[in-house]
Design a binder for this molecule. Sequence first.
Ligand code: ZN
Length: 247
Amino acid sequence: MQSSTESGFYRRPPFEIVNPRGKSPVLLVCEHASRFIPEELRQLGLDDEAAREHIAWDIGALALAEALSARLDATLLVANYSRLLIDLNRPLEAPDAIPEHSEIYPIPGNQGLTAAARQERVASIFEPFHRQLTELIDERLEAQRAPRLVGVHSFTPKYRGETRPWVAGVLFGKADAYANRIIGGLRQSGEAIGSNQPYVIDPLEDMTVPVHGDERGVDAVLIEIRNDGLRTPQGVETWAERLAPWL
Ligand SMILES: [Zn+2]
């Protein structure tokens, strides 16, 4: 299943830009949009169920990001490869940037990866994506259109056997005023909305918020929606409608 080099495997463009001329100050990012793994890598040795599962991607996140892009007239940067190849929301130094395990699943195709194969993923997927995101932010700052950066993610209702109580969470570092506005808005429904739950932002484990947002003085949050709320087009529309006014 492994080859010492992955040269030529990454023929698909690493990202797409939806609504590049969007007028909204909101800049949407969907780092875990895709479960695509090049055929040569044979699903990284995962069985069909694991490869379809949330470990390869964030179920429903792309549909929600697209719905928000349309509703807000916002530009959206979408990743075109599975997070299991290389996680675009992790610094390269993070041990699970190219995860050898995810939750309960070992990922055979990532174990014992050669330096050349690793470098292929960095050069083909990671670097172009982050260069593009940097450029999108640069353009907006140069045009004096202060962007607000919003990563769109989903999480699984159960993690390691435990049911998570939140229907959504907002994760943030320095952008507490912006994040609290979104949290306050969503909490009007009376549902459980996590504040830095179910995850916290950690500069050693995150890219989008600390690197593209906080370090640049740009308001940045990650929105996490429990994926059972995004399983139908109607669920996606409902979340887009709820989120849009607060972003
Ligand atoms: Zn995610």
